[in-house]
Design a protein around this ligand. Structure first.
Ligand SMILES: [Ca+2]
Length: 167
Protein backbone atom coordinates (compact mmCIF):
# COMPACT_ATOMS: atom_id res chain seq x y z
CA UNK A 1 0.00 0.00 0.00
CA UNK A 2 2.78 2.36 0.92
CA UNK A 3 4.35 1.76 -2.49
CA UNK A 4 1.09 2.50 -4.26
CA UNK A 5 0.53 5.79 -2.48
CA UNK A 6 4.12 6.79 -3.10
CA UNK A 7 3.82 6.11 -6.82
CA UNK A 8 0.48 7.91 -6.87
CA UNK A 9 2.14 10.96 -5.38
CA UNK A 10 4.98 10.83 -7.87
CA UNK A 11 2.48 10.65 -10.72
CA UNK A 12 0.74 13.73 -9.37
CA UNK A 13 4.09 15.50 -9.05
CA UNK A 14 4.97 14.66 -12.64
CA UNK A 15 1.55 15.88 -13.73
CA UNK A 16 2.00 19.11 -11.83
CA UNK A 17 5.43 19.52 -13.30
CA UNK A 18 4.06 19.09 -16.80
CA UNK A 19 1.31 21.62 -16.18
CA UNK A 20 3.88 24.09 -14.88
CA UNK A 21 6.05 23.46 -17.93
CA UNK A 22 3.15 24.14 -20.28
CA UNK A 23 2.32 27.37 -18.45
CA UNK A 24 5.96 28.44 -18.38
CA UNK A 25 6.57 27.67 -22.03
CA UNK A 26 3.50 29.55 -23.29
CA UNK A 27 5.06 33.03 -23.05
CA UNK A 28 8.18 31.65 -24.73
CA UNK A 29 6.14 30.31 -27.63
CA UNK A 30 4.25 33.58 -27.95
CA UNK A 31 7.26 35.85 -27.69
CA UNK A 32 9.20 35.64 -30.93
CA UNK A 33 12.75 37.05 -30.75
CA UNK A 34 12.53 40.80 -31.29
CA UNK A 35 14.78 41.04 -34.35
CA UNK A 36 12.98 38.23 -36.11
CA UNK A 37 9.57 39.76 -35.40
CA UNK A 38 10.80 43.10 -36.75
CA UNK A 39 12.33 41.55 -39.86
CA UNK A 40 9.20 39.52 -40.61
CA UNK A 41 7.08 42.67 -40.56
CA UNK A 42 9.62 44.78 -42.42
CA UNK A 43 9.81 42.13 -45.16
CA UNK A 44 6.01 41.69 -45.14
CA UNK A 45 6.31 37.96 -44.42
CA UNK A 46 3.35 38.45 -42.07
CA UNK A 47 1.04 39.47 -44.92
CA UNK A 48 -2.10 37.34 -44.98
CA UNK A 49 -0.94 35.27 -42.01
CA UNK A 50 -2.58 36.41 -38.76
CA UNK A 51 -0.75 33.65 -36.88
CA UNK A 52 2.72 34.56 -38.16
CA UNK A 53 3.99 35.37 -34.68
CA UNK A 54 3.28 31.82 -33.55
CA UNK A 55 4.94 30.12 -36.50
CA UNK A 56 8.73 29.99 -36.51
CA UNK A 57 8.69 28.68 -40.07
CA UNK A 58 7.62 32.12 -41.32
CA UNK A 59 11.29 33.03 -41.04
CA UNK A 60 13.72 30.26 -40.19
CA UNK A 61 16.54 30.91 -37.71
CA UNK A 62 18.82 30.01 -40.63
CA UNK A 63 17.83 33.26 -42.30
CA UNK A 64 20.67 34.79 -40.24
CA UNK A 65 22.11 31.99 -38.12
CA UNK A 66 24.04 28.87 -39.05
CA UNK A 67 22.14 26.65 -36.63
CA UNK A 68 18.43 25.87 -36.85
CA UNK A 69 18.15 26.92 -33.20
CA UNK A 70 19.71 30.38 -33.68
CA UNK A 71 22.54 31.83 -31.61
CA UNK A 72 26.19 31.97 -32.68
CA UNK A 73 27.59 31.53 -35.22
CA UNK A 74 25.88 33.61 -37.87
CA UNK A 75 25.75 32.84 -41.58
CA UNK A 76 27.12 35.36 -44.12
CA UNK A 77 23.86 37.35 -44.16
CA UNK A 78 23.77 37.46 -40.35
CA UNK A 79 27.40 38.57 -40.39
CA UNK A 80 26.53 41.32 -42.90
CA UNK A 81 23.92 42.59 -40.43
CA UNK A 82 26.43 42.42 -37.58
CA UNK A 83 28.90 44.39 -39.71
CA UNK A 84 26.08 46.83 -40.44
CA UNK A 85 25.58 47.37 -36.72
CA UNK A 86 29.30 48.00 -36.28
CA UNK A 87 29.37 50.49 -39.17
CA UNK A 88 26.29 52.18 -37.75
CA UNK A 89 27.90 52.54 -34.34
CA UNK A 90 31.16 53.78 -35.87
CA UNK A 91 29.15 56.48 -37.66
CA UNK A 92 27.68 57.55 -34.33
CA UNK A 93 24.19 56.37 -35.14
CA UNK A 94 21.82 54.54 -32.82
CA UNK A 95 21.97 51.11 -34.36
CA UNK A 96 18.27 50.58 -34.82
CA UNK A 97 17.79 47.11 -36.28
CA UNK A 98 15.27 48.04 -39.05
CA UNK A 99 17.62 50.76 -40.31
CA UNK A 100 20.64 48.46 -40.26
CA UNK A 101 18.66 45.74 -42.02
CA UNK A 102 17.55 48.17 -44.72
CA UNK A 103 21.08 49.49 -45.16
CA UNK A 104 22.37 45.94 -45.69
CA UNK A 105 19.78 45.34 -48.43
CA UNK A 106 20.44 48.73 -50.02
CA UNK A 107 24.16 47.94 -50.19
CA UNK A 108 23.22 45.39 -52.83
CA UNK A 109 25.42 42.63 -51.47
CA UNK A 110 25.08 38.92 -52.15
CA UNK A 111 26.09 37.55 -48.77
CA UNK A 112 26.04 33.87 -49.69
CA UNK A 113 27.52 34.45 -53.15
CA UNK A 114 24.84 32.48 -54.99
CA UNK A 115 24.36 35.18 -57.63
CA UNK A 116 21.17 36.62 -56.12
CA UNK A 117 21.48 39.89 -54.17
CA UNK A 118 20.19 39.71 -50.60
CA UNK A 119 17.17 41.92 -51.32
CA UNK A 120 16.06 39.62 -54.14
CA UNK A 121 16.32 36.61 -51.86
CA UNK A 122 14.21 38.41 -49.27
CA UNK A 123 11.72 39.08 -52.06
CA UNK A 124 11.79 35.44 -53.22
CA UNK A 125 11.57 34.09 -49.64
CA UNK A 126 14.83 32.17 -49.97
CA UNK A 127 17.73 32.30 -47.49
CA UNK A 128 20.18 35.15 -48.25
CA UNK A 129 22.87 33.55 -46.10
CA UNK A 130 22.72 30.04 -47.54
CA UNK A 131 24.00 29.43 -51.07
CA UNK A 132 22.02 26.19 -51.12
CA UNK A 133 18.79 28.21 -51.00
CA UNK A 134 18.21 30.14 -54.22
CA UNK A 135 15.21 31.64 -56.02
CA UNK A 136 13.73 29.47 -58.80
CA UNK A 137 13.18 32.49 -61.04
CA UNK A 138 16.08 33.53 -63.29
CA UNK A 139 17.82 36.67 -62.02
CA UNK A 140 16.58 39.09 -64.72
CA UNK A 141 12.97 38.01 -64.32
CA UNK A 142 13.18 38.27 -60.56
CA UNK A 143 14.68 41.77 -60.81
CA UNK A 144 11.69 42.82 -62.93
CA UNK A 145 9.19 41.31 -60.47
CA UNK A 146 11.01 43.04 -57.63
CA UNK A 147 10.87 46.41 -59.36
CA UNK A 148 7.18 46.00 -60.18
CA UNK A 149 6.45 45.12 -56.53
CA UNK A 150 8.00 48.38 -55.38
CA UNK A 151 11.72 47.73 -55.43
CA UNK A 152 13.92 48.38 -52.43
CA UNK A 153 11.49 50.92 -50.97
CA UNK A 154 9.10 48.14 -49.94
CA UNK A 155 11.63 47.11 -47.27
CA UNK A 156 12.20 50.59 -45.86
CA UNK A 157 12.03 50.74 -42.05
CA UNK A 158 8.41 51.20 -40.92
CA UNK A 159 9.09 54.55 -39.20
CA UNK A 160 10.96 55.98 -42.18
CA UNK A 161 8.23 55.05 -44.66
CA UNK A 162 6.58 58.21 -45.92
CA UNK A 163 8.58 60.35 -43.51
CA UNK A 164 8.63 63.92 -44.74
CA UNK A 165 5.64 63.29 -46.98
CA UNK A 166 2.46 64.83 -45.64
CA UNK A 167 3.62 65.19 -42.07
CA1 LIG B 1 22.32 35.37 -52.36
Amino acid sequence: MGGLSASGRSVRLVGGGLAALVVLSLPVALAMPKYRAQAIQQFHYDTGNPLWALDRRVMACTFCHVGAGGGAPWNPFGEAIRAGFRADAAAGRQGKFPNVLYAVLQAGGDADGDGYPDALEVFAHTLPGDAGSRPDTPLAGLQTEFAVAGGMEQYAPPAAKGAGAGR
